[in-house]
Design a protein around this ligand. Structure first.
Ligand code: GLA
Length: 740
């Protein structure tokens, strides 16, 4: 039993393999109070914790000082306007103009398995793998039923939380103005937070800082999870580092506006809140209807950040990602974007494909510019028909030709968008998101389609599926290249305009759900101006996401480290880029670009017919490495050894197979040190009792430099010389370990 209810103490206890989470129903008023989240406790601790009476608040039945109680009680789902002045999770605007809410316990349900969330992504698991607790309360004054849903996973230290609100009918309709998905209160400890910040071409950079008093949050109002801030918050004990100490991670399984907030109160308690951003949100809930909030995943780790990352990776690989490619090696692709931009035709693509196939590349992806009259980024989004000036005879002859070379074919589309210069806009100007009377703000010269409207979703689906059916297309890069502004829909009534942001996201999910059901063999890769929508919501539909438009291997060290803090390496779109790099202008060795891309899905984004011969010659060797090591990279446990972001000199990471029989270490010397010996690299996650054959891989000469046999304990506790001293800047090395 992973979830128990102690009747006597009125305490719920939820267990994952190494963590416990406890909730108490208060003796009076039916408040739901948070008791504990941390290292796993034995079941008898339910009594002990109640006896400890560590909560500093006065009882709620003290009518004279009830406000003091409200303002420091650790509410499990804090409501609005009744004395808890910390930020809350739930507020409304009822027909009488009142905003207050409350939660009073009614009943609970515990069952095996895990429910989905209607029309939205959610982690999943069988009745053997998961157990769920639903606690239902009521806000009688508003006629609302509130259900907090918790699922625990028996194989991972993760808890999934979501909330459902039902209108019981006191009001015909009530406006929900804030429905966050989770709240966790922590007591009296000093914490650091980790947020991920960024911008276009530098997404998800780790930002750790002490948590001071007041509210500290990241959020998005851009209609997507965004380049700039990420739906994640890490709460760390002061002594927590990569390998040790207590870390809590919260990640939102949602791809639109969010808020992730930590608030340190006057009593040093910390409240972590996560959910849909309440700004510009207003949902009209009619009598009998239910609003379902998206899911939050929380992970507890006593093994520092590394432990947290490995739990997120395991959870997402097993319980979030779906479809044919969930557990499979992905085809090695070559994408023509940075090779040609808009300037290509069938002949050019075939010449790239020919060379690529000779070298062992498995799929050609045709990027932006093949449709309408699009020769730059200012036109044609929405006009999903082939530009026959570039591709005479359409897609089929091109795809057939590529297939004849033994390669798969993939295509780029940006289905959520509309160019004002398009046939679609001329026919349906009201399909763009806009506010009547305002000239809508353009970004990349484009507007966003109003996916809150069913007819628009149906049109987009018909176009995307029509293209996919028109030839043997086995991969789709689904792009989204601008953020939302001018929030207005011609399809929604004036009182429903506040629903647009969320309905837009539901429209995207509906489209992708239909797509993956109708095209089960399709490999879908999501993308948003690089990595602006790299979130667990999108991973439910696509097993990989384009990580960033910055493919420079040195910049990628930071971007991939921040991304791998939460997401498995199997999900990170990564390509060997052109040189000098198109975003930074930096020149780096071809082999280094390969080492860094091998940490992700792996592919190429350059004109393979025009790169130097010696670089071409390395491609079959890189491909051989991909085939040899990808299983390990995709399924292994990820360990961060050194971070260039922190030390400004070098970077290293390692993947270890779950049975600890194999490992792959990648070391990158970013800035060479003068007159210094190689630093020993201490490996992690090996079996100290096992012996390993250690192979230094020399890709340039396609040879193994040397193989030595060493014990796991020596490799981990004394370390190994990676032999990079004196190699120069931007040099990498891969070292493979196999149980002897
Ligand atoms: C976005 C993507 C790129 C490329 C371009 C095409 O920026 O991230 O990879 O597909 O769009 O316009």
């Amino acid at each position: 039993m992973n979830i128990i209810f102690n009747e006597q103490n009125r305490v719920f206890k939820l267990d994952t393999p190494n963590s416990s989470y406890m909730i108490k129903i208060a003796d009076t008023d039916g408040f739901l109070l948070h008791m504990y989240y941390g290292r796993r406790l034995s079941d008898t601790c339910t009594d002990d914790l109640c006896r400890l009476e560590q909560h500093p608040f006065v009882p709620s039945k003290n009518e004279r000082e009830r406000a003091s109680f409200m303002d420091c009680a650790p509410f499990e789902y804090p409501c609005h306007g009744l004395g808890d002045y910390r930020d809350d999770a739930f507020s409304v605007l009822n027909p009488d103009g009142h905003t207050a809410t409350s939660f009073s316990y009614r009943f609970y349900k515990i069952y095996n398995g895990k429910p989905g969330i209607t029309g939205m992504p959610a982690t999943f698991g069988t009745e053997e793998e998961c157990e769920t607790l639903e606690i239902t309360g009521e806000d009688a004054a508003n006629g609302l039923e509130i259900t907090c849903v918790y699922s625990v996973f028996k194989d991972t230290d993760a808890i999934a939380r979501s909330v459902r609100i039902k209108n019981l009918g006191k009001y015909e309709s009530i406006k929900l103005t804030k429905v966050l998905s989770s709240c966790t209160d922590f007591y009296g400890e000093d914490y650091d937070t980790i947020f991920l910040h960024g911008s276009w071409a530098r997404e998800r950079i780790i930002d750790r800082k002490p948590l001071g008093y007041g509210k500290h949050y990241v959020s998005s109002l851009r209609g997507e999870s965004s380049h700039q801030e990420h739906p994640f918050i890490g709460l760390l004990a002061k002594n927590a580092d990569e390998d040790n100490g207590e870390v809590y991670g919260f990640n939102f399984v949602y791809s639109g506006n969010f808020i992730a907030q930590a608030e340190k109160s006057q009593f040093d308690s910390v409240r972590v809140l996560m959910g849909i951003n309440p700004v510009d949100f207003g949902w009209n809930l009619k009598a009998g209807e239910v609003f379902e909030a998206p899911e939050v995943i929380s992970v507890y780790s006593a093994q520092g950040l590394g432990g947290m990352s490995r739990s997120f990776h395991d959870l997402y690989r097993k319980h979030l990602i779906r479809g044919k490619y969930k557990d499979r090696k992905r085809p090695i692709l070559i994408n023509n974007w940075e090779a040609t931009y808009f300037d290509f035709n069938t002949e050019k693509l075939i010449s790239i494909a020919k060379k690529a196939s000779e070298l062992g590349i498995e799929m050609l992806v045709m990027d932006d510019g093949w449709f309408g009259h699009r020769n730059d980024d200012s036109t044609s989004l929405g006009d999903w028909y082939v530009n026959e000036e570039k591709l005479p005879g359409g897609l089929k002859p091109l795809v057939d030709e590529v297939n004849k070379l033994g390669m798969k074919f993939g295509i780029w589309m940006e289905p959520e968008m509309i160019s004002p210069d398009s046939d679609l806009f001329h026919t349906h100007p009201d399909w763009a998101i806009q506010i009547p009377g305002r000239d809508p703000v353009k970004s990349r010269a484009q507007l966003v389609l109003d996916l809150s409207r069913k007819e628009v979703v149906d049109y987009v689906y018909e176009k995307v599926s029509g293209i996919l059916k028109s030839a043997n297309i086995e991969y789709l890069k689904w792009d989204m290249n601008r953020q939302l502004t001018d929030l207005g829909s011609y399809g929604l009534s004036s009182e429903a305009q506040g629903e647009l942001f969320h309905r837009y996201v539901l429209g995207v999910y509906a489209l992708q759900e239909r797509l993956i059901n109708d095209f089960p063999n399709l490999l879908l890769e999501n993308c948003s101006g690089g990595g602006a929508r790299f979130d667990p919501g999108m991973l439910y539909y696509s097993p990989q996401i384009w990580t960033s438009d910055d493919q420079d291997p040195i910049e990628r060290l930071k971007i991939q480290q921040g991304t791998a803090l939460i997401y498995p390496l199997s999900t990170m779109g990564a390509h060997v880029c052109d040189c000098p790099n198109h975003t930074t202008g930096r020149t780096t060795p071809f082999e280094l670009r390969g080492y860094v891309a091998l940490a992700g899905t792996f592919g190429y984004e350059l004109d393979v017919t025009r790169i130097p011969k010696e670089d071409q010659a390395l491609i079959p060797k890189q491909i051989a490495m991909y085939h040899k090591y990808n299983e390990l990279v995709r399924t292994g446990d990820y360990y961060r050894i050194a971070s260039f972001t922190d030390n400004h000199e070098w970077d290293a990471w390692e993947v270890v197979s779950p049975d600890k029989s194999e490992a792959l270490l990648t070391v990158v010397n970013v800035m060479a040190r003068v007159n210094m010996k190689s630093r020993p690299v201490k490996l992690k996650g090996l079996d100290p009792q096992k012996k390993y054959t250690v192979t230094f891989i020399n890709i340039k000469d396609n040879a193994e430099e040397e193989t030595i046999t060493l014990s796991g304990d020596a490799l981990m506790y004394a370390g190994i010389n990676p032999r990079i001293a004196g190699m120069g800047d931007y040099k990498g090395k891969m070292i493979y370990l196999k149980e002897y």
